[in-house]
Design a binder for this molecule. Sequence first.
Ligand SMILES: [Zn+2]
Ligand SMILES: [Zn+2]
Length: 273
Amino acid sequence: MIKIDLHNHTNHSHGQSSVEEMYQSGKERGLSVMGFSEHSPRPLAYSYPTEYRDHLTATFEQYINSVQALKSRAGGPQVLLGLEMDYFPAEEAFIRETLAEYPYDYVIGGLHFLGTWGFDHSKEDWDGLSDDQKRAYYVDYYKTLTRLAQSRLMQIAAHPDLIKLFSIDTFREWTREATARSLIREALAAIKANDMAMEISSAGLRKPCKEIYPGPVVMETARELNVPITFASDAHHHGHVAYAFDRLADYAKDYGYTESVYFYNHAWHAMPF
Ligand SMILES: [Zn+2]
Ligand SMILES: [Zn+2]
């Protein structure tokens, strides 16, 4: 049984539940370790058509304080202060400054933008693309993921095939090709070489791709390279904490995994599931 959920959002960004509501849900679901990983504020150049930036910026310190206060609460899961930091190759200085502001236990590196385009925002953006254009974005995604790992700024690679979100069929075809496999392998090797873990997330099951992040090709390669794993619901609502974790456990076991890791004050810990 998976007892760690390291990826939870709150109503300080675009989530619907408070820190307290998320925590209570983690407690009810019997989690031993619960990590809060709110989104990071992003530089202005990187914006979605609908934005939560102002609200997040205005209440960010409150988020930190609420999570810190839970750390000393007895009788529930061990609480960790995390962050889902957006990675932008051109903004490593910004990322470094942001991460230095608070004592995070761990940082999840999230790749949601290619250039200044938030590629996970709308299906319409993808519907207008040719297969070749989609493939070019997959290539860009895995090259950027390699850079994310090489930056050594984060401990966990979030949802490591999020790029499939709105084009699952084309993505599956692409992953059968040798060039795709070598790009995926390169990114995972960089994750491993730079002391990071890879996230297995149930969020994909709730999205149009209807598939766990990451899918089979990434999982097989990760196992071959012995990349450590974490588990994530990526909950934005208290009803989604530890979402479909039975399924995630079976899935990870099918690839030979028996333990997942977490980070307390950046130090590694492992727990069997
Ligand atoms: Zn994310
Ligand atoms: Zn997230």
